[in-house]
Design a protein around this ligand. Structure first.
Ligand code: MG
Length: 503
């Protein structure tokens, strides 16, 4: 890494302490989600809160501000120095501009809100969650005001997760995607092949958990995710976390009646882990470490999960493995049945269970609601109704309860407003990366042979290694030669589902 400037070097020393504290917090979070006994959670939350406030203090240290101000006035910096200063300016902005009182108030309210939301969801009682949600929305709007924006408070929030993306750009992309997805969904459910008999859809089947674990271990090896630099554990919501430069761990969850749950969660999380592990190791402990944005991160997980994992070629590659592991369950099952099973399209209520056709619609609905909330066009008390109207319009179904509707996601209770769009952006980036990759690699053949290294190497060289050097819009331009273009995703879905459902 080319860092010559002494002021930048001093900043890096300051940042290294913050990076270490963040790794320690990640370790505590990993343990919390994987191992923690139920009664240990209260003390764990004190430990995490303490470290979080230490980090806040390190950011607001006047020395950091002084050094950053100095760097901002230096004209001659190397590319890497410039990126370091840019990323530090961005990260520090939150701590410099948002008063500590507000940060603490937000953290206090969201930790209470999480409990209230969990109970409201169990009891299907939106009214009990609404007052605190309304408070969170107001606080988030204040955060946006402190961060500053040109047109729309939502811009300031989006920017926290996807640098430089505005609500207007997002809306333009999503308004193009939504009608295509809704039309494709209609075509699929009206097709003659829809719901064709498939023994895998029999929900009484059982897939032994030790065999499912074997399948996941096999997948880790195949995707070159090594347990020398990671682990595979179980948690209620699968996730990936970086604990150190050679320690990126994933979790999965098993459903004894549905082998695809663990299989595709594992592939998804491995995609995130491979990205983190593929970043130039010189960037570790610096502001260039880690994936550049949530959208690019999600592009890596969705790439492996969908572009690779749900392809006909991958299914043909793992079919013999599945039928050897699950001999009884895979009797009279052919490749086409597996392919249709793992690409089963449903007018589902639940985002996390959604297929590739409906997934984007769930996200667009959330984006519109968040944007309208931030701009005071709607009020939290009307959310269940607004939600159901959009569900009907986009997906054609209305959830029978708020539990399966507006209460389903944890994000708003945590104050994560502006996060959802990155899930769909990830799918769009992934399709565009794949189109570029196909110009260099015979993608389908490589997957059919089960030899995934050329694909991984392409991603390492073109995407992973850069870490947070290039912003998403520069990265996509450098890799694919053009700005983000939703056509790649729409064409990919059209083509894929036309073959599966004979459209
Ligand atoms: Mg993910």
């Amino acid at each position: 890494m080319n860092v010559q400037n002494n002021t930048v070097k001093k900043l890096l020393e300051k940042y290294r302490e913050i990076a270490l504290l963040n790794e320690i917090i990640s370790t505590l979070h990993w343990d919390l989600n994987v191992n923690l006994p139920r009664k240990g959670s209260e003390q764990r939350s004190h430990q995490i809160t303490y470290l979080t406030s230490l980090i806040t203090d390190k950011w607001i240290d006047p020395e950091i501000k002084f050094l950053l101000d100095e760097c901002n006035s230096i004209e001659k910096l190397t590319q890497e120095e410039k990126a370091i200063v840019r990323n530090l300016n961005r990260a520090a902005k939150f701590y410099f501009q948002v008063p500590k009182k507000l940060i603490l108030e937000q953290s206090e309210i969201t930790s209470r809100a999480f409990v209230i939301w969990s109970e409201a969801k169990v009891n299907n009682d939106f009214k009990s969650f609404e007052p605190i949600l309304s408070k969170i929305v107001d606080l988030t709007r204040s955060v946006a005001d402190y961060l500053g924006y040109k047109e729309n408070p939502y811009d300031a929030l989006l920017d926290l997760y996807e640098p430089d993306l505005t609500a207007a750009q997002c809306r333009t992309i999503f308004e193009k995607v939504q009608p295509s997805l809704t039309q494709l969904l209609q075509k699929v459910i009206k097709s003659k092949s829809y719901n064709k008999a498939n023994p895998l859809l029999d929900s009484q089947k059982e897939y032994a958990l030790d065999l499912q674990k074997k399948l996941c271990d096999f997948i880790s090896t195949k995707l070159h995710y090594s347990y020398d630099e990671g682990r595979l554990d179980i948690s209620s919501h699968p996730f990936t976390t970086t604990l150190g430069r050679h320690d990126v761990r994933i979790t999965t969850r098993y459903d004894r009646h549905d082998f695809k749950e663990a299989l595709y969660s594992t592939i998804h999380e491995i995609g995130h882990a491979l990205y983190e592990l593929g970043i130039d190791k010189h960037y570790s402990g610096t502001p260039l470490e880690g994936g550049v944005s949530l959208g690019i991160h999600e592009s890596q997980s969705r790439f492996w999960e969908n572009q690779v994992g749900r392809s006909r070629e991958f299914v043909s590659y793992i079919e013999p493995i599945l039928s050897t592991l699950f001999q009884t369950e895979f009797q009279n099952v052919d490749q086409d049945m597996i392919l249709r099973y793992v690409n089963d399209v449903r007018q589902s209520y639940i985002r996390t269970e959604a297929d590739e056709v409906t997934y984007g619609l769930h996200i667009i609905l959330r984006f519109q609601i968040e944007n309208d909330l931030m701009n005071k066009k709607i009020q939290t008390k009307n959310l269940p109704e607004v939600w159901n109207v959009m569900m009907k319009k986009y997906i054609g179904v209305v959830p029978p309860t708020d539990r399966e509707g507006v209460l389903q996601d944890v994000h708003w209770s945590m104050g994560s407003i502006g996060y959802f769009p990155t899930y769909l952006l990830g799918n769009l980036y992934a399709a565009q990366f794949t189109a570029s990759m196909k110009k260099k690699i015979s993608f389908e053949k490589t997957i059919a042979k089960g030899d995934l290294l050329p694909i991984l190497n392409w991603l390492r060289t073109n995407v992973h290694t850069h870490g947070s050097m290039l912003f998403p819009k520069d990265l996509i331009k450098q890799v694919t030669g053009e700005a983000l273009n939703a056509d790649y995703y729409l064409e990919y879905l059209q083509k894929k589902y036309s073959t599966i459902y004979n459209l």
